[in-house]
Design a protein. Structure first.
Length: 396
C-alpha cells in the first residue's frame, strides 16, 4: 500500500510558494535548517530598518526600548507567560550561552545534557565546564525513540549530588524527536536541579505554553518554524532566576533588570526582532493549529515514503515527531567511501543540492548518516519523491 498524500489542507502546498522567496527548481525540504521567511515579514523588517536609518539617534535613544517591549508582549501571547519575562537574542545558541555563562560552577560540579545535544550547545557546556573544573554528563537518548520510559529512567539515574544544571533539547535537531520535557523537568526539580530548554525548533512547530513546562529557562528560535526574519531568537526566564542571568555582552543596562539588559547590548540592527509580530500575524492568518496539523501529517507521510523506498527506519516513532522526520540512509547509513562523520554529511548535503536539486538535512548520530526532512506549508508530498527515488544511489 502506497503513502497516502495529505489532501485535506487545500490552502497549503505549492500555492504558498509565492509567499516566500524560495528559488525555483529545488525541492526545499530542509525548513528546519534555517527556516524561510515570508515576503510580508521581510517587508516588515525592511520598514523597521528604514525607520531606524531615518533618524538613528531618536530611534535608539527614544523609540527602541518601548518597541522591543511591545514585541516581547506579542511573543508572550504566542508562547505563554508575561512579556517582562521574555527578551530577544540572535538565536537559541546565543541564549543558552548566556545562561551557561551565568552559572556559578565549582570543581566537581556536573552539567547534564542529552546524547543528541546540539553541537554548538555541547561545545558551550564543555567550554564552561573545563574552565571551572566541572564536567558534562550525557544522558543517552534511545534510537529509535519509541517510548519515553527508558530515557526517563536513564535521566533519573544520572542526577547525582553534584548535578548543578541540566540542559535538554525540546525537539532534538538531528533525530527530530519531540522529547518529554515536562516529565524530564519534574525529575530534575524533585532533586533541586535547575533546567534550561533548548527550544530551537519548537516555537511554531508545536503548541507551546513555556511557563507551564516547569523549567527555569527556555530559549527558542522564531526564524525557524515561526516565520520570523533571520536572527530572531527569544529567551525566557523565571522571575526568581532573572537577577543572576546576564547577556554575554554586558552593556549600559547592567544591573537594571533582565529585560533591560537583553534589550540593549549595543548598537545593532533590531529589525528582525521588531518584525516578529508580523511573523506571528502571518501564522494567525492561517491558524497556527492548522499549520501544525498540515506539517505533521506531511512529515509523517514523507517519512513513510522514504522508509519504504529505502527499506530503512526512522529515528523516532511518528507520535514523537512533529514537522520533521529523520530517516537512516540506505544500507544503515554507512559506506567505505563516506562513513558516518560530519565531513561526509557536508559532502552529501552539497551533492544533494548541487547535483540533484534537493535541500535536505544530513545528520550524523548513532554512528550513521541520516536524512532529516522537514514539512512546511509550501511543501507537498511530491517534493520528497525525487529524494526517495535516488536515495539508494547516495552512498555508492
Amino acid at each position: 500500500m502506497g503513502v497516502r498524500p495529505v489532501t485535506n489542507f487545500p490552502q497549503f502546498g505549492h500555492s504558498r510558494r509565492g509567499d516566500f522567496r524560495l528559488a525555483e527548481g529545488i525541492d526545499h525540504v530542509n525548513h528546519g535548517g534555517y527556516g524561510a521567511t515570508p515576503r510580508v515579514v521581510l517587508d516588515a523588517a525592511r520598514e523597521w530598518r528604514e525607520r531606524m536609518e531615518a533618524d538613528p539617534s531618536t530611534f535608539f535613544r527614544r523609540d527602541l526600548p518601548g518597541l522591543l517591549r511591545r514585541a516581547a508582549d506579542r511573543v508572550a501571547g504566542f508562547l505563554g507567560g508575561r512579556g517582562e519575562d521574555w527578551a530577544f537574542v540572535e538565536n537559541a545558541t546565543s541564549g543558552l550561552n548566556a545562561i551557561i555563562a551565568s552559572l556559578a560552577l565549582a570543581p566537581g560540579d556536573e552539567l547534564l545534557c542529552l546524547s543528541q545535544v546540539y553541537g554548538a550547545v555541547g561545545n558551550a557546556l564543555r567550554h564552561h565546564a573545563e574552565r571551572s573544573g566541572a564536567r558534562v554528563v550525557e544522558v543517552a537518548v534511545p534510537v529509535p525513540f519509541v517510548d519515553p520510559a527508558p530515557l526517563l529512567e536513564t535521566l533519573a539515574a544520572a542526577i547525582g549530588p553534584r548535578t548543578r544544571f541540566a540542559c535538554f533539547d525540546h525537539i532534538s535537531s538531528a533525530a527530530a524527536v519531540v522529547l518529554p520535557i515536562r516529565e524530564m523537568a519534574a525529575l530534575c526539580r524533585e532533586r533541586g536541579v535547575p533546567v534550561a530548554i533548548d527550544g530551537a525548533h519548537a516555537p511554531g512547530q508545536i503548541a507551546l505554553d513555556v511557563p507551564a513546562l516547569g523549567v527555569d529557562w527556555y530559549v527558542g528560535n522564531l526564524h525557524k518554524w515561526a516565520f520570523a526574519a533571520k536572527g530572531a531568537g527569544v529567551i525566557w526566564c523565571t522571575p526568581e532566576r532573572q537577577s543572576a542571568l546576564h547577556p554575554t555582552s554586558k552593556s549600559h543596562a547592567l544591573g537594571q533588570g533582565f529585560a533591560a539588559e537583553f534589550d540593549y547590548t549595543g548598537t545593532r540592527d533590531n529589525s528582525a526582532w521588531l518584525a516578529a509580530p508580523a511573523a506571528i500575524d502571518y501564522i494567525a492568518g492561517w491558524d497556527g493549529e492548522a499549520i501544525r496539523a498540515h506539517n505533521a501529517a506531511l512529515a509523517r507521510d514523507a517519512g513513510a515514503m522514504l522508509i519504504k523506498a529505502w527499506g530503512s527506519d526512522a529515528a523516532a516513532a511518528p507520535q514523537f515527531c512533529a514537522s520533521m522526520v529523520s530517516v537512516r540512509l540506505p544500507g544503515g547509513g554507512h559506506s567505505k567511501s563516506r562513513g558516518g562523520d560530519r565531513r561526509a554529511a557536508r559532502a552529501l548535503a552539497a551533492e544533494l543540492t548541487e547535483q540533484r536539486g534537493v535541500t535536505a538535512g544530513i545528520m550524523v548520530f548513532d554512528g550513521a548518516l541520516w536524512v532529516r526532512v522537514s514539512a512546511q506549508i509550501y511543501n507537498e508530498i511530491g517534493d520528497y519523491r525525487r529524494l526517495a527515488a535516488f536515495g539508494k544511489t547516495l552512498l555508492v
